[in-house]
Design a protein around this ligand. Structure first.
Ligand SMILES: Cc1cc2nc3c(=O)[nH]c(=O)nc-3n(C[C@H](O)[C@H](O)[C@H](O)COP(=O)(O)O)c2cc1C
Length: 187
């Protein structure tokens, strides 16, 4: 296991799109998902589920689920589908259903593990969840909350559109802290 400097990984991780496309080993995929499963969850319910596609025939079907804007992800040598179901985690008062929250924590772990290994793990919401459920034969009860494009870094940016090419090297954009953090009362 790579014990990298996690703060460095948080600061340097970026949703890159210049995928290299070389095969990703199952050992690597297992390492990424193992890190995901070390995330905290409500009552340790561990509501996350993952399906990794790494065979060409399956990947080609998965690519057909992508929205047009995710054309760049069709070079992914591995795609990890992230699933959950509300009843797999705590459901508390005032709509506090923790399945999606805890699954998100797990995905962040996965992304930071990937960053520490020099890999891209780019989450996507732009896909047809019904197609994904059909491809993987997943029951409709589950929510396919994201797909993660996994690749080595350092692929060519030539096939990216102008906006995506610019984003590869641009600084990450964030709202100013006073728009998201309030002290002592809600603004
Ligand atoms: C839930 C989620 C869904 C996303 N969906 C897509 C997507 O479909 N396509 C895409 O190119 N990027 C997608 N992204 C990446 C975001 O656009 C990116 O994380 C955001 O612009 C911030 O950039 P950064 O991750 O490089 O800091 C998604 C990210 C998250 C967390």
């Amino acid at each position: 296991m790579n014990n990298s400097n996690i703060l460095k990984d948080i600061h340097e991780r970026k949703a890159l799109r210049a995928l290299k496309g070389d095969k990703i080993s199952r050992e690597t995929i297992n390492t990424l998902v193992k890190a995901a499963t070390l995330a905290p969850s409500c009552f340790n319910k561990q509501p996350w589920r993952f399906i990794a596609a790494d065979e060409i025939a399956v990947l080609e079907r998965v690519y057909t689920s992508f929205t047009d804007a995710n054309y760049w992800a069709k070079k992914s040598p591995a795609v990890i589908a992230v699933l959950t179901e509300i009843s797999l985690d705590c459901s508390l008062s005032d709509r506090r259903d923790y399945a999606l929250f805890d699954t998100g924590l797990a995905v962040m772990n996965l992304m930071l593990q990937a960053e520490s290994m020099g890999l891209i793990a780019h989450p996507m919401a732009g896909f047809d969840p019904f197609k994904i459920k059909e491809i993987f034969r997943v029951s409709d009860a589950y929510i396919v909350i994201a797909l993660i494009a996994v690749s080595e870094k350092g692929g060519s940016a030539d096939h990216l559109n102008e906006m995506h090419r610019a984003r590869e090297t641009a600084a990450r954009e964030r709202k100013p802290i006073d728009e998201v953090l309030f002290y002592n009362h809600w603004n």
